[in-house]
Write a protein that binds this ligand. Structure first.
Ligand SMILES: *Cc1c(COP(=O)(O)O)cnc(C)c1O
Length: 393
C-alpha cells in the first residue's frame, strides 16, 4: 500500500481532479509542468535560499523538558511557529510563487478563511512584485480584521464575498470563478493539501521540508532519525502532510492526526471530518467530508478558524481509511487547556490549531523512552483575543 499520489492523482480511493471543463487548461498546464519545474536545480536553489534567508529555516526541533516530564515521555516540538508570518504556510506560498513565475503568470489569486493563508500569499506577492487578489467571505472579513489590514498593508486587494454563508467555502468558489475568467495570466495559490490534482501533491512537496529537517535534527539529538509518535493537527492537512512525508512508508513511526471535535464529535458542532466523514467530492477532489444523506455539505464548527473546514485533503482521507494514521479529535475546551499547558510549561503560546495537536498528548500513551514529535504549526498571537475571553486571562 503506497501513500504517494498515483498517475491519475489518487491516493487509494481519494483524490483526482473533478473540475468543470472551463478549468481543464489551467489544471492541465500545472499537471504537465509542476514536477519538471520543482525538480529542476534552478528552482531548488532559489526555493532553498528563500526558505533559509526569508522564512528562517531550518526551524528548530526543541526538546520540551517540562512537557516531557508532565507526560512521562520524550517530547520534541518542531517549531514551525518561528517561520516568517508565524506558521508553516509560508513554505507553500514561497514554492507556489516561484512556480507561478516560471509558468509566466503575473497575477496571483488566493482564498482565505482565517486570513493566515491570505497573509502568507500577500507576503510573497509583495516580495516578487506580483498583483495579489485574496477572496474572503464577508463574515471572515469582519472576524479577522487584523489579517485583512495586514494583507492591505502588504499591497494585496482583498475582495469580500457576499454569497452563501460568507465564509471559506464561498471565497473558494469565487476564486475558482476568477481563475476560469483569467486562465492565461493568473495562478491560483491554494493554501492546503486540498483541491484537484496536482495541488495536494504539489503542496505536500513544498511542506515536506518539515520532515526532511525532522530526520536530520532527530538524528543529531537522539541518535536515530525517526520518532515513535509524530503528531500534527489536520485542517486541510498541509502541516501534517509535510511533517509525515518522509515517514509515510516507515511503519516504525506512528502517525497521529488531531482533528477539531468542536463541542464534541457527536454534538453536531464539530469539524472531525475524517472521523465522521463519508466519501464525496469537494473543491475538485474525492475525499472524506461531512455531508448529510442528500450529499449536502454540513457546516463545520471549531473554535479554531484554521481547522474549520468540512473536508480533509485526499492524502489524509487515505491515511485515515487505510489505518496508516490514527485520528483523534480534541474539543475546543481540550485545545484551550493544552494551549495553556504549553504556555506555562514551555513559554510557547501556540496557535489554536496547534493546540489541538498538543491536546492529543492526553490521549496517546507513549512509554518513557519513546520519542514524540509534535509539529508546532503556528504561534498564538492571532488567537490572543480568544484565549483572553475563553481562559479568563
Ligand atoms: C492554517 C493553519 C493550520 C491548518 O492548515 P493545515 O493545512 O491543516 O496545516 C494549522 N495550524 C496553523 C498554525 C495554521 O495557520
Amino acid at each position: 500500500m503506497g501513500f504517494e499520489v498515483d498517475d491519475q492523482g489518487f491516493y487509494g480511493d481519494f483524490g483526482g481532479a473533478y473540475i468543470p471543463e472551463m478549468l481543464y487548461s489551467n489544471i492541465r498546464e500545472l499537471e504537465n509542468r509542476y514536477l519538471e519545474i520543482i525538480r529542476s536545480d534552478e528552482f531548488q536553489t532559489e526555493f532553498r535560499q528563500l526558505l533559509k534567508d526569508y522564512a528562517g529555516r531550518p526551524t528548530p526541533l526543541f526538546r520540551a523538558e517540562r512537557l516531557s516530564a508532565h507526560f512521562g515521555t520524550r517530547i520534541f516540538l518542531k517549531r514551525e511557529d518561528l517561520n516568517h508570518t508565524g506558521a508553516h504556510k509560508i513554505n507553500n506560498t514561497i514554492g507556489q510563487i516561484l512556480l507561478a513565475r516560471r509558468l509566466g503568470k503575473q497575477r496571483i489569486i488566493a482564498e482565505t478563511g482565517a486570513g493566515q493563508h491570505g497573509v502568507a500569499t500577500a507576503t510573497v506577492c509583495a516580495l516578487f512584485g506580483m498583483h495579489c487578489i485574496v477572496y474572503m467571505g464577508e463574515l471572515d472579513v469582519e472576524r479577522q480584521a487584523p489579517n485583512v489590514k495586514k494583507m492591505k498593508m502588504l499591497g494585496a486587494e482583498v475582495v469580500t464575498v457576499h454569497s452563501g454563508n460568507k465564509t471559506l467555502k464561498d471565497a473558494t468558489n469565487e476564486a475558482i470563478r476568477d481563475w476560469i475568467n483569467h486562465p492565461v495570466d493568473t495562478h491560483y495559490i491554494i493554501g492546503s493539501v486540498v483541491g484537484p490534482h496536482p495541488y495536494p501533491d504539489m503542496v505536500t512537496r513544498f511542506q515536506s521540508v518539515i520532515s526532511e529537517e525532522i530526520r536530520i535534527q532527530l538524528q543529531e539529538k537522539t541518535g536515530r532519525n525517526y520518532p515513535d509518535y509524530l503528531v500534527a493537527c489536520v485542517g486541510g492537512g498541509s502541516n501534517a502532510a509535510g511533517a509525515y512525508y518522509h515517514y509515510l512508508e516507515d511503519k516504525r513511526v506512528r502517525l497521529i492526526s488531531a482533528e477539531a471535535a468542536g463541542l464534541g464529535v457527536e454534538s453536531g458542532m464539530t469539524a472531525a471530518t475524517s472521523l465522521l466523514g463519508t466519501s464525496g467530492i469537494i473543491h475538485g477532489s474525492r475525499t472524506l467530508l461531512m455531508q448529510d444523506d442528500d450529499g449536502q455539505i454540513e457546516e463545520p464548527y471549531s473554535i479554531s478558524a484554521g481547522l474549520d473546514y468540512p473536508g480533509v485533503g485526499p492524502l489524509h482521507a487515505w491515511l485515515a481509511k487505510s489505518g496508516r494514521a490514527t485520528v483523534f479529535a480534541a474539543t475546543d475546551e481540550e485545545a484551550l487547556q493544552a494551549a495553556l499547558l504549553c504556555s506555562r510549561k514551555e513559554g510557547i503560546i501556540p496557535a489554536l490549531e496547534t493546540a489541538h495537536a498538543l491536546a492529543v498528548l492526553e490521549k496517546i500513551t507513549p512509554g518513557p523512552d519513546d520519542v514524540v514529535v509534535v509539529n508546532l504549526s503556528g504561534r498564538g498571537d492571532k488567537d490572543m483575543e480568544t484565549y483572553i475571553n475563553k481562559l479568563g486571562i
